[in-house]
Design a protein around this ligand. Sequence first.
Ligand SMILES: Nc1nc2c(ncn2[C@@H]2O[C@H](COP(=O)(O)OP(=O)(O)OP(=O)(O)O)[C@@H](O)[C@H]2O)c(=O)[nH]1
Length: 390
Amino acid sequence: MPYELLCSLQFALYGGCWALAAWLIPEERPALLHWAANGLLQTLAGLVAMQALAQNQLPPVPCLMAALLGAGLSVRGIDCFLHGQARFDRTGLLLGLPALATLAALDIALPAGPERMRWQGLAYTVGMASLLLLYGWHCWPALRRHQGRVVAIVVLAPQWVTGLAAVLSLWPRLTMDAEHMALMREGSRLPGAIASLVTAGVFNLSYLVLLMARLLGRLREHARTDHVTGVLNRRAIEDALQAAWERHRRKGTALAVVVLDVDHFKQINDRFGHTAGDAVLAGVGACLQQQIRPYDHLGRWGGEEFLLVLHDQLGDSAVRTCERLRTALSQATAALPGGPVTASLGLALAQAGDESAMALVQRADAAMYRAKGAGRNRVCSDDVPAVLAA
Ligand SMILES: Nc1nc2c(ncn2[C@@H]2O[C@H](COP(=O)(O)OP(=O)(O)OP(=O)(O)O)[C@@H](O)[C@H]2O)c(=O)[nH]1
């Protein structure tokens, strides 16, 4: 079997898999379709190249153009992946179009023969190298920001290595004599075919890593998020609490826990319906999330009850935070059904006698019930009664 046929089959397989993935994962369709299109173009280019090489000819210009276009689409797929849509992207055009135009111009300007092959081969290699190196470099900052340094390196390293190899192949191509260029025997095509098989495999596997990293991240996010309020769910806030507790025990840092319960929530459900109740809970979650610092944690403890884990907060600053949350909540929910919504808050500060994180939560819960008993819409705490009284 000619080597080029093997390469084409491999590209067809990748293209088909990406097309199937585009159908199965609509959220990532723009990127996946780009990678599928690359597979298709490379397959066609490979098949045409195979025919030309069988007649001791170099691949014709449309074939080189298809391969270049495919490489451009493949990198542009990363851009779509990062931005969630296909957007106008000047960089790819600026890098790809000159190479395509040069290939076409050489076809017209030079007579068929070894010199034309040489210069077209050079234009193709320069185009491919710049697409892989510069376009890849263009994607680096966003890729690193979205997926982290390791995934960015895994995805872009194969492109840079291939681009660099293309640059290094420029000199031998420039100096190769006509006789050598015309010698396209089966044996001399094996290294090229192996390089193509390996690079295509590495490229496509690196895209698969990218896709898996995103899908896994999304799954992890779903597993940690309460879908009604958008804040951490019970399991995730328990984990955050435990981690904060261990840090407190190890380093002796201050730790405050707040149990916040929405007042008369049943009445909102009864008057406006369960869906409106859900919207109010979502509004409460969003408001609280906005009020806390990025390294504090907020989760839904159950029903209309939320738990907050506040790091490094001593008595008076924790009380100030609770008061700020209480005030912000009634302001932010003024326009919601049954608004303004108020809440009762129980605050507990980690102390030497506490045996576990749950003991802390129990004290905060008890304080919250005292706030309910005292008329609701207030903050209570056994740990800072003097500050609260003031
Ligand atoms: N819409 C909605 N309601 C919920 C959800 N989870 C719990 N609830 C409702 O929350 C209400 C809680 O009512 P209660 O425990 O009596 O508390 P309350 O009416 O807020 O009264 P106080 O806490 O004493 O101020 C119940 O009607 C639950 O059905 C939810 O996810 N969505």
